[in-house]
Ligand binder design. Structure first.
Ligand code: NDP
Length: 326
């Protein structure tokens, strides 16, 4: 038997979430069983803790798109009992049972060995949000980060916090955009060199090009802010588009692409192949300062999750939640 946070839909369509003790034989099919140590809360988890927002396929459901722990049983030659592993993405926690439980059974293809130097707790402080931030920074590096501050939007959120700490540790000046003025000290402690008020970038400009300001951008917000930022990029600079916290539309013109050679780079963390994941996790273990990661952590347990799900959808979570499932 083990504890799991089960989300279920009752006959009148109401979604309820609660911790239940369930039998191991209720785990889905898979060739590796993992004893989970920690999970986390990403924006998508907020959706799956409620009605699912179209992501959840069957009920009852165990959400949790990320987990880290120790292999308990393995029918796959790549993993043996006692190996420490991390899982993010692959629609685990959405279309399949995920990490809000003390055990998970999954396909070995979805796992990554925990990189040396990271504990399961630290790996979950990173989670999908942090892995995505790393993938975004690597995409910017591949295309060349130009002079001038690198802009991070949605900076006090999960992706933004890790992107800010990573970019600062790599020696880039970081301009952190936030709608929460009270988060300014937190963002400076992560290494931001300036804080930009969300309101300054909230509306599209009437001019397709403004003064060149940013040497790169990790954008977790999308919408009007992304459109505005495109017109402020330095010549040849790139924006890594990661999220849609502010909207999925893009009310922009193509002028920044044509006259300034600006690049818009799409970042997906869910279906990344194994080798790319391993490379990103190795970079995280090497480049992310662990004291700054520690400063982002909000500790939680399984029973806190329904509240935290609502909080992340409302933009009230600062940094990264780490859920101790035991
Ligand atoms: P968080 O909720 O932790 O962070 C989002 C941040 O965006 C908030 O903290 C807030 O930052 C800012 N924000 C919220 N609402 C608005 C708004 N209306 N306008 C402008 N800014 C806003 O979420 P995550 O960091 O986990 O995820 C960020 C985005 O990235 C989400 O859209 C998520 O779906 C996406 N994502 C995509 C992935 C991929 O593979 N492409 C993987 C992971 C996440 P502040 O308070 O500082 O203003």
């Amino acid at each position: 038997m083990f504890d799991a946070l089960i989300v279920d839909k009752d006959a009148d369509g109401q979604v309820r979430a609660g911790v239940q003790r369930i039998a191991v034989d209720r785990l889905p099919a898979g060739n590796v069983t993992v004893a989970i140590e920690c999970s986390t809360v990403n924006y998508k988890d907020g959706l799956c803790l409620g009605s699912g927002g179209g992501l959840v396929r069957t009920w009852p459901h165990v959400p949790g798109i990320d987990f880290a722990g120790t292999v308990e049983v393995s029918d796959d030659p790549r993993y043996a009992p006692g190996d420490r592993v991390v899982l993010t993405g692959w629609r685990v926690g959405e279309a399949r049972w995920g990490g809000y439980a003390q055990k998970a059974r999954v396909d070995a293809d979805w796992l990554v060995p925990l990189p040396d130097g990271l504990t399961p707790r630290q790996a979950m402080a990173v989670g999908t949000a942090g892995l995505t931030a790393m993938l975004a920074v690597m995409a910017l590096e591949d295309h060349g980060i130009k002079d001038g501050p690198v802009l991070v939007t949605g900076a006090a959120g999960g992706v933004g916090s890790v992107a800010t700490a990573l970019l600062a540790a790599l020696g880039h000046p970081v301009a952190a955009v936030t709608g929460r003025p009270e988060a300014a000290d937190y963002l400076m402690s992560l290494g931001a060199t300036e804080v930009v008020a969300r309101a300054d970038l909230a509306e599209t400009s009437r001019k397709p090009l403004e003064a060149e300001r940013w040497g790169g951008c990790v954008d977790a917000v999308g919408g009007a802010m992304l459109a505005r930022v495109l017109g402020q990029m330095r010549y040849g600079a790139s924006v890594a588009a990661v999220g849609l916290a502010g909207g999925s539309d893009l009310p922009a013109t193509v002028i920044p692409f044509l006259l300034r050679g600006v690049n818009l780079l799409g970042i997906d963390s869910v279906m990344q192949p194994f080798v790319a994941r391993q490379k990103a996790w190795a970079r995280i273990a090497r480049d992310l300062p662990l004291d700054r990661l520690e400063a982002m952590i909000v500790p939680a347990t399984l029973s806190d999750l329904p509240r935290l799900g609502a909080d992340i959808l409302a933009g009230r979570v600062r940094g990264r939640v780490v859920v101790d499932v035991n």
